[in-house]
Design a protein around this ligand. Structure first.
Ligand SMILES: NC(=O)C1=CN([C@@H]2O[C@H](COP(=O)(O)OP(=O)(O)OC[C@H]3O[C@@H](n4cnc5c(N)ncnc54)[C@H](O)[C@@H]3O)[C@@H](O)[C@H]2O)C=CC1
Ligand SMILES: N[C@@H](CCC(=O)N[C@@H](CSC=O)C(=O)NCC(=O)O)C(=O)O
Ligand SMILES: [Zn+2]
Ligand SMILES: [Zn+2]
Length: 379
């Protein structure tokens, strides 16, 4: 039965309140308006940022909402004026848009796009500042402009990357967030050079993708730091050459790293979202040139600090969103790299469940033995 132009009722995991189990509901998904695309989501993974917003610590977190932002699917229908994708196209929804027209896109200096950001931060669509999701007339907010914990979602056309239809959607869904973020933090944001010494704080999917990126960039030493020693075995497969557990030392971890590296590392990456660790990551950098990249997302109200002297003496503090990748242009390129076996994805997928098991998937994320859990969205 043709669904174009119709409201679709489908299953979605709804977050009604912070930290309360997600509820699988029958949700009404309105047709796409001008400049919008309705996507049948086939697979979605969970990222730590979904858990962060669900925890209530995200200043942009709105409830009730449909979380999820690391997914792949097929275009079901498009709204007026949409020219770059059509029904049947295989796509990855991108929380970081790329309109190619705004001040940010035209600057050549950033991957951030301004076109729909105020709407995505407010949980609505740009066109009418309303949600396309409802349950029996009651509004449900969008999340990050993607809301992939739903069998169907509506996104802005500037947030859709069209990909190779041969690519396995249960794997390339990871290119919606964590893997590009880690790779791009190294390749685009830090621009790590061959021979560099790299420190990575936090060896989850994002930290391991940093390791993979650093290895491919020719780093000579890749030091992984995590409070969970079990992470080291798996981290070796992604390029980590040495492991440090802060719990094994009495002195500050930045001092441990400075001592291990004859004065400090060339590049460090914070992939946790902990502001004390962000400070340590900056202060373990080498005087004169060491660069630290903040990747982790810290809770509302948290602030970073250090002695300004750390910067006066040449250390550089940076941050990255989606690894600096331009989403619509470069996600298809990353898919092609995966298809040519030039980047890993399968190795990050430790669990596969169904959307009905989503609360179990979040439990797995918090237990630590899980990198990415991929949910099948349809029977
Ligand atoms: N900037 C961006 O565009 C993006 C940021 N993120 C953020 O990156 C962070 C990492 O995400 P995931 O890899 O999915 O998370 P994860 O939870 O899988 O990994 C975090 C790792 O940090 C370790 N850890 C926790 N506290 C620690 C401490 N005090 N010292 C050392 N290690 C510690 C944990 O044992 C775990 O291995 C999150 O904050 C997430 O929100 C994620 C994607 C994109
Ligand atoms: N609403 C959050 C924003 C958290 C954040 O920094 N998000 C990252 C992506 S995290 C993906 O898993 C990002 O791209 N930020 C840039 C942006 O435009 O949002 C908060 O306020 O903490
Ligand atoms: Zn994410
Ligand atoms: Zn733009």
């Amino acid at each position: 039965m043709a669904t174009q132009g119709q409201v679709i009722t489908c299953k979605a995991a709804v977050a009604y309140e912070p930290n309360k189990p997600l509820v699988i509901e029958d949700v009404q998904v309105a047709p796409p308006q001008a400049g919008e695309v309705r996507i049948k989501v086939l697979f979605t993974a969970l990222c730590h940022t979904d858990a962060y917003t669900w925890s209530g610590k995200d200043p942009e977190g709105l409830f009730p909402c449909i979380l999820g932002h690391e997914a792949a699917g097929i275009v079901e229908s498009v709204g007026e004026g949409v020219t770059e994708v059509q029904p049947g196209d295989h796509v990855i929804p991108c929380y970081q848009a790329e309109c190619r027209e705004c001040k940010f896109c035209k600057s050549g200096k950033t991957n951030l796009c301004g076109k729909v950001r105020t709407a995505t931060g407010a949980g609505v669509m740009m066109n009418d500042r309303k949600s396309r999701f409802s349950i029996n007339g009651k509004l449900i907010y969008h999340f990050m402009g993607t809301s992939t914990f739903s069998q169907y979602t509506v996104v802005h056309d500037v947030s859709v990357a069209k990909i190779d239809p041969q690519a396995p959607l249960d794997k390339v869904c990871l290119l919606g967030c964590g893997v590009p973020t880690g790779l791009g933090a190294v390749w685009n944001t830090a621009k790590v050079e061959p021979g560099s010494i790299v420190a990575i704080f936090g060896l989850g999917t994002v930290g391991l993708a940093v390791a993979e990126g650093a290895k491919s960039a020719g780093a000579s030493r890749i030091i992984g730091i995590d409070i969970d020693s079990k992470k080291f075995d798996v981290a070796k497969n992604f390029g980590v050459t040495e492991f440090v557990n802060p719990k094994d030392y009495d002195k500050p971890i930045q001092q441990v790293l400075v001592d291990l590296t004859d004065g400090g590392v060339d590049y460090s990456f914070e992939c946790i979202g902990n502001v004390s660790v962000m400070r340590a990551a900056l202060e373990c950098c080498h005087k004169g040139w060491g660069t630290s990249v903040i990747v982790g997302v810290a809770a509302s109200g948290q602030e970073i600090s250090t002695r300004p002297f750390q910067l006066v003496t040449g250390r550089v503090w940076k941050g990255t969103a989606f690894g600096g990748f331009k989403s619509r242009s470069q996600v298809p390129w990353l898919v092609d790299k995966y298809m040519k076996k030039e980047i890993k994805i399968d190795e990050y997928v430790t669990h596969n469940l169904t959307v009905g098991e989503i609360n179990k998937a979040f439990d797995l994320m918090h237990e630590g033995g899980c990198l990415r859990c991929v949910l099948k969205m349809h029977e």
